[in-house]
Ligand binder design. Sequence first.
Ligand SMILES: O=C(O)CCC(=O)C(=O)O
Ligand SMILES: [Fe+2]
Length: 311
Amino acid sequence: MAMNNLSLCRPMVSSSFGVNPTQADRSSHPVSLFIRLNSPSMSFQSIKFKDASRGPLSRECHCIPVVSEWGTETIPFSLIKDRPFIKMPIIERTPSKLSTYQILEPGMIVLENYVSLMDQVDLVKICEKWAAGPGGFYLYRSDEDYVRQMCFGRNWDPETGYKNRYRSNGFKPPPVPYELISLAEAAIQDAQIYVDELPSMYPDTCLARFYNNFGRVSLHQDCDESSDSLRKGLPVVTISIGSIAEFVYGYTRYYKRLKSYLLESGDVLIFGGQSRHIYHGVKQIGSHTSCDLDELSRMRTGRLSLTLRQF
Ligand SMILES: O=C(O)CCC(=O)C(=O)O
Ligand SMILES: [Fe+2]
């Protein structure tokens, strides 16, 4: 499988990148009421969040962590459930569903179904190359086995930001895979057609997170990048793979004013420009995922998010 075909996931903007009115329900609902209704494969019953009764998210800023047990090194963690030989069927690399987009706020957009199934499988494989090695996934909450992370390009951790070039185990993060760089750049270029004043950026760092079905990330702003990057509003690009995630966001930390959006496998979320400092978090992970992805990638049940930024 040719990895460099990743660029093919970029939709033809003029033909397949229109707004699909049926997708309009996906965003801007109050958090507590949000139900995704628009997908034939997903009804209210089929979205099972593990802990729907969770209260407001606590505040977390990447600059000011609220937990002290960050950075626990753990035993190797493979993204893959097991390693059977899978004969890959020939599948089109173009997205199977129509790519659409939703503008969430000025400078903030989701490119829905942007990454084709086969490119998602490739991205899982690329991450898996590093996942269980010394630079691979580690727990950042020692008492909660919910979210693991690893870095490409630059080391980042919630306690020290980008200050430590090496992980606590002495490992320097591998370079950002070029497939991820070109995907992020293509996504930004496509987004710039619809979003005013969205600057370009060259991703030199990528934070990969793997959430199991109890995973979440508290409300925070991404504010550890260089002052130049922040001042220019260089966008943050997150690729979602696997289980659906309830992403919450808003210009305030006030829980009731947050909006919510369900990110699905293959979606790319971008926020930059005026929204670069927006508060955001992952409230919960649902059990719904793509059976095809499950079968082809053998990724563990959960969500892989790949967040690219320019330091
Ligand atoms: O996983 C996500 O979608 C968001 C992750 C995030 O906010 C971050 O890494 O700063
Ligand atoms: Fe973030």
